[in-house]
Design a protein around this ligand. Structure first.
Ligand SMILES: N[C@@H](CCC(=O)N[C@@H](CS)C(=O)NCC(=O)O)C(=O)O
Length: 200
């Protein structure tokens, strides 16, 4: 088995966490290298695209979180072989990626500016993406694709768990139940799945 080192921030969310859970679910050992934001600022000049996560495979650097997820998924049978089911996975994963970009635009704001930006986010992109991810899940049933756990479920789960947890100021925790209850059932199912939660 290659030597894996995943470098990402030390919090249970964002782009790195689904990859950590995928490694764990797959039973693949990896060096879970967690960095503070200060450490990130000090080292980012040496990162290819100045972004985290970064995966080293036998010392070779790789970037792009969804590419990493697909890679771990293929190694661990958590990514469909059927091209259409794989497409469904990719659609969900890229949608979460687009949503993350919209959320990140509101980071670093404070006071009234934060309040206004988050309200706009809730009424706009968050509503669109939560509804859209709900539609994707309705197509798949209990899972995003392939009638089973795939890395797409992990990516969606980490994001919906964050939305429900109230960690994003001004974003109501009832958003999922209001806009896409099917996503709430999905997040609950994984919250009780030891393959996913056994990581903690
Ligand atoms: N397309 C990249 C985006 C990576 C990205 O934007 N990472 C964020 C953290 S989740 C980052 O490093 N932000 C710090 C910054 O841009 O200064 C990926 O999917 O890995």
């Amino acid at each position: 088995m290659p030597d894996y080192k995943l470098t990402y921030f030390d919090f249970p969310g964002g782009r790195g966490e689904p990859i950590r859970i995928a490694f764990h679910a797959a039973g693949i050992d990896f060096n879970d290298h967690r960095i503070s934001f200060d450490e990130f600022l000090q080292t980012r000049e040496h990162m290819r695209f100045r972004c985290a996560p970064v995966l080293h495979i036998d010392g070779v650097e790789v970037t792009q979180s969804n590419a990493m997820l697909r890679y771990v998924g293929r190694r661990a049978n958590l990514y469909p072989e059927d091209p259409t089911q794989a497409l469904y996975c990719d659609e969900a994963m890229e949608a979460v990626e687009d949503l993350l970009h919209q959320i990140v635009f509101t980071f670093g704001l404070e006071g009234d500016a934060l309040k206004a930006a988050r309200q706009k986010l809730v009424d706009g992109w968050l509503t669109i993406f939560v509804k859209g991810l709900g539609e994707i899940l309705e197509r798949g049933g209990d899972y995003i694709a392939d009638n089973r756990l795939t890395v797409a479920d992990l990516k969606v789960y980490v994001q919906t768990r964050s939305l429900r947890s109230g960690t994003l100021d001004q974003v109501p925790t009832v958003l999922l139940v209001r806009l896409a209850p099917i996503l709430l059932a999905h997040v609950d199912r994984f919250a009780n799945d030891t393959v996913v939660t056994g990581f903690y």
